[in-house]
Design a protein around this ligand. Sequence first.
Ligand code: ATP
Ligand code: MG
Length: 264
Amino acid sequence: MSTPIIEASAITKTFPGRRGGQPFHALRNVSSKLFEGEILGLVGESGSGKTTLSRIMIGIETATTGEVSFQGRPVQSRADWKALRRDVQYVFQDPFTALCPTMRIGAALAEPLAIHRLCPASERPERVARMLEMIGLGPEMARRLPAQLSGGQRQRVSLARALMLEPRVLICDEIVSGLDVSVQAQVLALLVELQRKLGLSLIFISHDLRVIRYLCDRVQVMLLGQIVEEGPAAQVFDAPENDYTRALLAAIPDRDRLPVSESA
Ligand SMILES: Nc1ncnc2c1ncn2[C@@H]1O[C@H](COP(=O)(O)OP(=O)(O)OP(=O)(O)O)[C@@H](O)[C@H]1O
Ligand SMILES: [Mg+2]
């Protein structure tokens, strides 16, 4: 089998207890692999450790024990992490906190290019315009502030900001959870289109099984800081082996079992 593009091996994460309380084991021996071009879904109830695992995979959080590898090599030094963070971008759940409220959209999209000195300043407006077009927003959006956009437009902009650096991997943490169903479907369709067009590998975190089923090739189900089931999406959804996965699936009302594209 090919080498995973990014891999977390035997990760544990223990947060110190507050005011002398018991330490909290947020992750217990969790391993995860993302292969080139695939969409991996991380699903599980609130507090199961999805965000913590993904933050460890990009070095925002450090693991208590365990190791992250990128393109087959352990990520250790600051330079290793810096290289990883250019190629692996993170899209947050709430684009309101991800986007600076006083920065116009054009400037927000140009900023990663400036930080990483990817192209001359004179080329930035052109690259911003191309990106706006790619995510289906008009060029006039460049002059707007985040508060002047709808929730769906804001989420497209945070996706665009992550894509400005032409990453190879995108980690999307609950990016459609705050949107209503029809807008969710549009953002997901855009994500699939971009993933194919740009050859991205994707980790998609959600507690919404319908979304995961629609989108993902492979799924890992998390519960209380552990992975309780994993496999190809069709297998996990059609023949779940774990009681918790079954309970999650049973909790979806029947009418909502359709893939998002059909139900929207
Ligand atoms: N900095 C921290 N200090 C202490 N505990 C933390 C910290 N960050 C996360 N936790 C705890 O670790 C557990 C896992 O949190 P995490 O955010 O990874 O869950 P999640 O699966 O992403 O949940 P959600 O679906 O609500 O986003 C939670 O119980 C959380 O309270
Ligand atoms: Mg989370």
